[in-house]
Each structure stands twice: as structure tokens, then as C-alpha cells.
Design a protein around this ligand. Structure first.
Ligand SMILES: C[S@@+](CC[C@H](N)C(=O)[O-])C[C@H]1O[C@@H](n2cnc3c(N)ncnc32)[C@H](O)[C@@H]1O
Length: 193
């Protein structure tokens, strides 16, 4: 079991290069996820694609810093060693698109932030989106990683933008992150901008 000091120490070591960690997201991208948790204060965070636990550690740290009860669940089809085991995170092994409904169906009425970073093929990411889209509601947020760097993700994101059903924001990072938000019932987004 880890603790917050252990996480901060490890993050500092990753930054300095004294702790070697395979990473699919830069620190800038991890900080964007952190900032989104702080901004939206969701009741539930769900990640598709845990890998070694780098991005979920940042989101869990943000949840902890908010001092409210936030459920944090991450799913990966394979069970790799984790960079940091967070006692506040539920690590689930399985195919996200097959188990998303088990996670989300009973939690439809609480606010959600979902991070999709699993299968990056078009069919894969589209399947992940299809498995969540009927459970997201007013104000909920879905972030796609690699919306610039991966063709399949780019295509899926383009389709969602064209639908004009969601507020979209692109973060111009190396791999790209795109955020979609379900418009609030009053027609406003929760964005401060
Ligand atoms: C790019 S890595 C995720 C990186 C992680 N979010 C991070 O930056 O710390 C993609 C992960 O998605 C997982 N994956 C691929 N297909 C999946 C699926 N259908 N369901 C759940 N996980 C999947 C892979 O095993 C891999 O660990």
C-alpha cells in the first residue's frame, strides 16, 4: 500500500530521472488530468487503460486534495505491475467495453469524469465510447488521450465534434487530449471560460 508522501517522492524521482518509468502520457498531460479533476470535482473518476498506473495516480492525488469522497476506478485488460498502488483506487482487470456498463449503470446519477486511454484503434476507442455514452449526463466530462497522435482516436474525436452534442476542448499537448462535456441542462458548460 502506498501513501501520498510515497507518491510525491516517486513523482519527483520520475521527474529527476532517478526512477525509470515507462510513460504514455507526459507530465504536462498528467497535470491536465489533475487540473480537470480539481475543476469538475466529480463524484466518480473512471479510467480506461491503467497500464502502470501513472495517470490514475495523478487523478487520485487530485481527488484526495479536494477532500471530498470521490470514487476512483481504473480498468485495464492486462494486469501490469503498478508504479504506485493507491489504496483509494479500485484496480479492475478486464475489457473496458464489456464491463463499463457494470461500473456506470449503478452510478448514472452521480457526476463523472471518464478518461479513455485504452485501445487506440478506431474500432477500439469507438467501442469504449459507445460503452459509456448512454451513462453520461449533464455536466459530465470525458477526456480522450492521444487525440492528436493516434489516427483511430483522431477519427473518433472528429465524429463526436461533428455531432455537436458536446462541448469540446483540445489541449495542444504532444499526443493531444480532447475533452468533451455534456451540456448542462441550463445550456451552460461548467467551464469558467
Ligand atoms: C497507453 S496505455 C495507458 C496509459 C496510462 N493511462 C498512463 O498513461 O498511465 C493503454 C492501456 O490500455 C490497455 N487496454 C487496451 N485495450 C483495452 C481494453 N479493451 N480494455 C481495457 N484496457 C485496455 C492496455 O493494456 C494498456 O495498458
Amino acid at each position: 500500500m502506498g501513501n501520498i508522501e510515497d507518491l510525491l517522492d516517486k513523482r519527483a524521482m520520475v521527474r529527476e530521472g532517478t526512477y525509470k518509468l515507462a510513460r504514455w502520457a507526459s507530465e504536462e498531460e498528467a497535470q491536465i488530468l489533475y487540473a480537470n479533476v480539481i475543476e469538475y470535482r466529480p463524484d466518480l473518476i473512471v479510467e480506461c487503460g491503467t497500464a502502470n498506473g501513472w495517470t490514475i495516480a495523478w487523478m487520485a492525488a487530485a481527488a484526495l486534495s479536494l477532500g471530498k469522497k470521490i470514487e476512483v476506478i481504473t480498468v485495464d485488460i492486462s494486469n501490469r505491475p503498478k508504479f504506485y498502488i493507491d489504496p483509494a483506487v479500485e484496480y479492475v482487470v478486464g475489457d473496458f467495453s464489456l464491463i463499463a456498463s457494470d461500473i456506470l449503470e449503478p452510478r448514472q446519477d452521480i457526476s463523472k469524469l471518464i478518461f479513455l486511454d485504452g485501445d487506440h484503434s478506431y474500432n477500439g476507442v469507438r467501442r469504449d465510447w459507445d460503452s459509456i455514452c448512454s451513462y453520461i449526463k449533464s455536466g459530465d466530462v470525458v477526456l480522450f488521450h492521444d487525440s492528436k497522435g493516434e489516427r483511430g482516436v483522431r477519427r473518433c474525436v472528429r465524429q463526436l465534434k461533428r455531432s455537436e452534442l458536446y462541448y469540446a476542448k483540445d489541449y495542444k499537448t504532444h499526443n493531444g487530449i480532447t475533452r468533451f462535456q455534456v451540456p448542462k441542462d441550463d445550456g451552460n458548460s461548467r467551464d469558467s471560460a
